[in-house]
Design a binder for this molecule. Structure first.
Ligand SMILES: [Zn+2]
Length: 468
């Protein structure tokens, strides 16, 4: 079976073949956050799905180059600066840092490049200049520069917009707009009073870039004119990604992106998340309730990315239980495995596990199916662990395979619980007391250990320390 993705461009499952003739390098661009506020868990659903896509490509042996921009100039940012009076650089710096901290908490692999829009104004001006030279962009009486959708025959290919819905010549200056106001969109927005002291000089006068041109300029700077994968939330299909295609392809004459992947919305308690509905959560809100990044990662990842995910507290509690089950399973296996080397070939049940896990993820990153495979396997092995019939070599093979799965899942392996030296010393004193038949002293030490959070289990191989 080969790796397939549901491509928004073709509206079908397409086999994944990288542009690289050697079939090795994969160029991945993901639209980053607009940094005017804390990102919410809905935003992070998209970032977590993109992380899964990247991790699985790496697991599959590809060299992925991942670029994620930070949008630090955009309509909502300008509005926030105007409302709060906080200087632009300070506002965007503060929320960029918070965003990257949240990414670490969710164990998202850091992109290889994280370009900021305000550091790439010259690249955007060059791209707009090319579009002007080619006659697909024009400066309007309001001094802003617009892309003429009538001049780009393939406009609407991503959103599947019919020509009769288009209103070329009508202009929309906003970064975000609905299909109803579809028209020529802004590449360069002429300065107006609302912009205050924010603006850059350009051949078309003082102003600032449109949101869409930012991503075209930055993706092509770091990845070249054609990319393999471009991902985002489904809310980015139109106008953002449609406009990115138009600008990039009109400028280069080359296909911009081979595979477009979009993830579905996240609902909270069955409803669209909104601050006024009281169902709006940032990572910080969840941490304050005692949840961890790991539990949220599991929750966000566990549903297939093209299905709507309904976030509930029962759901994240279930994620906690699932992770505890995985941890307990791996710890038990570690006990059985001892230091046994990984057998080759793998035992047949472990080889099958690997095939099934990969088959699920090859099918458009069907993680829910992959997790189903893993939990069925855990149930079977747990039964055999209870009967003491799992051989050390089999346990090692499972652990080794799981470690490789975890490069995709990103849940992390449970830490080995090594007892500290003072605890080991106490355990040895207890053993000595028992040998001297001083059972009263031995029991005292057992209680002392318990108070320190450790219990002793007497096994046929001798006493074993375990965390309470
Ligand atoms: Zn973008």
């Amino acid at each position: 079976m080969s790796l397939r993705f549901f491509n928004t461009l073709s509206r079908q499952l397409d086999e994944f073949r990288p542009l690289d003739p050697a079939g090795k390098q994969v160029k991945l661009y993901t639209c980053g956050p607009t940094v005017y506020d804390f990102a919410h868990i809905g935003n992070f659903r998209a970032f977590t799905f993109e992380d899964l896509a990247r991790r699985y490509l790496v697991y599959r042996g590809y060299d992925v180059v991942h670029v994620m921009n930070i949008t630090d100039i955009e309509d909502k940012i300008i509005r926030t600066v105007r409302q709060t009076g906080e200087p632009l650089k300070q506002l965007t710096g503060r929320f960029s840092t918070a965003f990257l901290d949240d990414c670490r908490a969710l164990n998202l692999l850091p992109p290889h490049h994280v370009p900021r829009a305000t550091d790439h104004i010259p690249e955007m001006l060059a791209l707009i200049g090319t579009l002007m030279k080619k006659g697909v962009a024009y400066q309007a009486p309001d001094k802003s520069v617009y892309f003429s959708i009538a001049k780009f025959a393939r406009y609407g290919q991503l959103k599947k917009i019919d020509a009769d819905q288009m209103r070329p010549g009508e202009r929309v200056k906003l970064d975000e707009y609905e299909k109803e106001s579809l028209g020529d969109f802004a590449l360069w927005k002429a300065w107006d009073e609302a912009d205050g002291d924010i603006g850059w000089d350009s051949p078309w006068g003082r102003g600032r870039p449109g949101w869409h041109i930012e991503c075209s300029a930055m993706s092509m700077k770091y990845l070249g004119e054609s990319l393999d994968l471009h991902c985002g939330g489904e809310d980015l299909v139109f106008p953002h990604h449609e406009d990115e295609i138009a600008q990039s392809e009109a400028a280069t004459g080359k296909p911009f992106v081979r595979y477009w992947l979009h993830c579905a919305y996240l609902l909270v308690n069955g409803q669209k998340m909104a601050k006024r509905s009281g169902n709006f959560f940032t990572l910080h809100d969840l941490f304050a309730k005692g949840y961890t990044g790991r539990e949220l990662r599991y929750t966000l990842i566990a549903e297939h990315y093209r299905r709507q995910l309904n976030f509930t507290f029962e759901g994240i509690d279930a994620a906690r239980t699932s992770l505890a089950r995985v941890d307990e399973f791996l710890v038990k296996l570690r006990d059985v495995a001892g230091g046994t080397p990984v057998p080759s070939p793998l035992p047949s049940n472990v080889a099958t596990l690997q095939t099934d896990f990969e088959a699920a993820l090859d099918d458009d990153l069907n993680i829910s199916a992959a997790l189903g495979v893993l939990f069925n396997f855990i149930r079977d092995i747990n039964k055999r662990l209870a009967e003491n019939v799992v051989a050390p070599a089999e346990a090692t093979a499972i652990l080794d395979t799981w470690q490789r799965f975890d490069t995709v899942l990103g849940f992390g392996m449970p830490q080995a619980q090594e007892a500290p030296a003072n605890i080991v010393a106490l355990a040895n004193q207890r053993l000595a007391a028992r040998k001297a038949k001083d059972f009263k002293r031995a029991d005292q030490i057992r209680d002392e250990l318990k108070a320190k959070g450790w219990i002793i289990e007497d096994t046929p191989k001798g006493p074993k320390l375990k965390r309470l």
